[in-house]
Design a protein around this ligand. Structure first.
Ligand SMILES: Cc1cc2nc3c(=O)[nH]c(=O)nc-3n(C[C@H](O)[C@H](O)[C@H](O)COP(=O)(O)O)c2cc1C
Length: 161
């Protein structure tokens, strides 16, 4: 078993693609976070619903059964929702303990990453955050899955772990 775990939440698949790339590159294990009740499949409806994605606003998530204590290193990747990390990632970080682990964090976004890295720091007060990656994707609705951050930047970030 690897000592590195990639943990991600992805609504439209961008963070998922990067999470799988990192998993293969590091030969790591992977854990997908999921809301207990799926969000609407209508993108604009979800954008409207989460317009005030305050750090205190919670969503229920599916129980995580992976034994997190087995991992020394963790990679966290989430989409950005309303200038902050997704409510699913927030809830995970509130409910589960990553105390003392080495961590690198990323937030996929369309150009408005806001306070995502502060959210990670606030929710991970006892972890060693070794690298932050602004994972930029196109804001154009017809090519939202186009990654603008280069593969080299992703590779450099991964090497910080
Ligand atoms: C509800 C919602 C809110 C969003 N808010 C932001 C935002 O504040 N800033 C931003 O740059 N992108 C925002 N986006 C766009 C996504 O962060 C971006 O498309 C990201 O690449 C999606 O990653 P995913 O495919 O892993 O879900 C939002 C998308 C949704 C669905």
């Amino acid at each position: 078993m690897s000592n590195t775990l990639v943990i991600y939440y992805s609504f439209t698949g961008n963070s998922k693609k990067v999470a799988e790339y990192v998993k293969n590159k590091l030969n790591a294990d992977i854990l997908e976070l999921e809301p207990a009740v799926p969000f609407s499949s209508d993108y604009d409806e979800v954008v409207d619903e989460w317009q005030n994605n305050d750090i205190k606003r919670d969503v229920e998530i599916k129980k995580v059964t992976t034994d997190l204590s087995k991992y020394d290193k963790v990679v966290l990747i989430t989409c950005t929702w309303w200038y902050g990390i997704s409510p699913v990632m927030k809830k995970f970080l509130k409910d589960y303990d990553l105390f003392g682990k080495d961590i690198i964090v990323a937030a996929s976004n369309a150009g408005w990453i806001g306070h995502c890295f502060n959210d990670y720091k606030t929710l991970l007060p006892n972890s060693n955050i070794k690298g932050e990656l602004d994972l930029l994707f196109s804001a154009n609705a017809v090519e939202r899955d186009k990654m603008l951050t280069t593969q080299e930047e992703v590779d450099e970030w991964v090497e910080k772990l």
